[in-house]
Structure formats: structure tokens, C-alpha cells
Ligand binder design. Structure first.
Ligand SMILES: Nc1ncnc2c1ncn2[C@@H]1O[C@H](COP(=O)(O)OP(=O)(O)OP(=O)(O)O)[C@@H](O)[C@H]1O
Ligand SMILES: [Mg+2]
Length: 255
């Protein structure tokens, strides 16, 4: 199986704090990889490194064999890495479908002048963007909410809308930062099924999540992080029985 994303000895320091410390990690194309660890372990920081929000202090990040360390988030998105955020970031005063169309923006070839002049090419592109946005909403089971204001959606629906927007960028790698946070068990079940569907579309998933049942049911491999360092990596069964993992989660009874 080919490698999609590779972190080679990646570290980042914030002042005196090493938030990610010499991390080596490889994501196989087409898999669901989970990244777990206690609060402050460095999980979201890894997503920020992979998506270009931060540049590593040390080490290299490869995506499809290209070094992406110093590329801007915009370029990294256009190369095929999309993400959602731990804290929902939607335009609550825009409609649901407009929030998804914003995701298309990085893929669109239409120029600003073209948009102003409403050229035929731009109109064609707009129709395409509308269709793709509707496809993404259908996948996330939000078709009937397309014209509602994003701010009026339930919490679970807003989380799914964030994923729809990320999918609109046509990613090869989708990074989900706590997608099930705040969801009830029924919403979580629905989300798990949708994530499986996304995987079957050939999109590789990088999943950060605190709900261990959710993680262990979905991921092929799980990497465990504590204080910025990898404790272990393996199948869900291997990881759950690892004494160092149990130690990191001691008292939390999450595994
Ligand atoms: N921009 C920053 N400046 C300074 N410190 C930061 C910055 N970003 C993250 N950190 C620190 O890095 C560490 C890792 O944070 P991170 O948000 O990656 O943790 P996490 O594993 O996502 O935790 P959680 O499960 O609570 O979301 C924390 O100690 C955090 O305070
Ligand atoms: Mg986090």
C-alpha cells in the first residue's frame, strides 16, 4: 500500500514547550488512521503542521512524496489535504450551501474579473460548483438543510457541514479534529457510517477523537501520543492492551 503522508522526525516548539517531539508517522493511502492522546498531547498541533498553519521547528512532512513543510495552507489545500476544526468554524450568517461553496473556492479556476463580468465560463463553473456542493451535502445527509442559515443547524449538523465543506476541496486526505465531540450516540453512529462511506470513496482519513469506542470501531491503525511523543502505534486491539497507553489514560477509563 502506498504512503500518502509521512512525518519524519517532526518537532515544533512554542517558547520552552515542545508540543510535538520527534514524531515519525506514515499514513497509508485509503486507510482510517486515528490519533489519540490526553488533552494537550499535541494532536491538533499535528493537524496544524500537516495543513501548513505551523511550520515544523525540525523534521520533514511529505505528502504524496513532496515536502510540504513550508507551503502555505492555501497551497496545501489545493494539493489535496482538507481538515475540520476542533472548534466549529462556519459562517453562521451564510446558508448551508454557501458554506460548502466556500470550500470549492480553492479548486476553482475562475478569475475575479471573470466573476465580475459573469462570463459564460464562470457561469458554467458556478453550475458545477453548485452541483458539487449539493453532492457533498447529500453525502453528509444535509440536503434538506441546504438553504437554511448555518447558525440555525444543530450542533451535530454543524459538525457534518464542516466535513461537507472540507470535502468540497476534493481532498485525498481528510483530517477530522474531534468530529464526534458534543454528538449524541445516534448522531455518532450516523457520523461513523458517513466516515466509512468517505473512506470507500478512496479518501484517506486522519482522525483525532476522544471517544474511544468511536475510534476503535473505525480506525485500521491508531497512534497514541502523550506530551508530544508517540507512545505506540498499532491496530485498535494492540493499542488497547498496551500498558503505556493504559498508563497515559490512567483513571480515565476510556480504553
Ligand atoms: N500556538 C501555540 N502557542 C503556544 N502553545 C501552543 C500553541 N498551540 C498549541 N500549544 C500548546 O501545545 C500543546 C499541545 O496542544 P494541542 O492543542 O495540540 O493539544 P491536543 O492534543 O489537541 O489537546 P486537546 O485534546 O485538548 O484538543 C498544549 O500544551 C498547548 O497549550
Ligand atoms: Mg486538540
Amino acid at each position: 500500500m502506498p504512503e500518502l503522508l509521512k512525518l519524519d522526525n517532526v518537532s515544533i516548539n512554542f517558547g520552552g514547550l515542545t508540543a510535538v517531539d520527534g514524531l515519525n508517522m506514515t499514513l497509508t493511502k485509503g486507510n482510517i488512521r486515528a490519533l489519540i492522546g490526553p488533552n494537550g498531547a499535541g494532536k491538533s498541533t499535528i493537524f496544524n503542521l500537516v495543513t501548513g498553519i505551523y511550520a515544523p521547528s525540525m523534521g520533514k512532512i511529505f505528502f504524496q512524496d513532496q515536502i510540504i513543510n513550508k507551503l502555505s495552507p492555501h497551497i496545501i489545500t489545493s494539493m489535496g489535504i482538507a481538515r475540520t476544526f476542533q472548534n466549529i468554524r462556519l459562517f453562521s450568517n451564510l446558508s448551508v450551501i454557501d458554506n460548502v461553496k466556500i470550500g470549492h473556492h480553492c479548486r476553482s479556476g475562475g478569475s475575479f474579473i471573470g466573476a465580475l463580468l459573469r462570463t459564460l465560463a464562470t457561469k458554467k463553473e458556478e453550475a458545477l460548483i453548485q452541483k458539487r456542493a449539493l453532492d457533498c451535502l447529500a453525502l453528509m445527509e444535509l440536503t434538506d438543510k441546504a438553504e437554511e442559515l448555518a447558525g440555525n443547524l444543530s450542533y451535530g449538523e454543524q459538525r457534518r457541514l464542516e466535513i461537507a465543506r472540507a470535502l468540497a476541496t476534493k481532498p485525498a486526505l481528510l483530517c477530522l479534529d474531534e468530529p464526534a465531540a458534543g454528538m449524541n450516540p445516534i448522531e455518532k453512529e450516523k457520523l461513523a457510517n458517513i466516515i466509512r462511506k468517505i473512506k470507500h470513496m478512496g479518501i484517506t482519513i486522519f482522525l483525532v477523537e476522544h471517544d474511544m469506542k468511536f475510534v476503535m470501531n473505525l480506525a485500521e491503525r491508531v497512534t497514541v501520543l502523550d506530551y508530544g511523543k508517540k507512545i505506540t502505534s498499532g491496530t485498535p486491539a494492540e493499542v488497547q492492551h498496551n500498558p503505556a497507553v493504559i498508563e497515559a489514560y490512567l483513571g480515565k477509563e476510556v480504553i
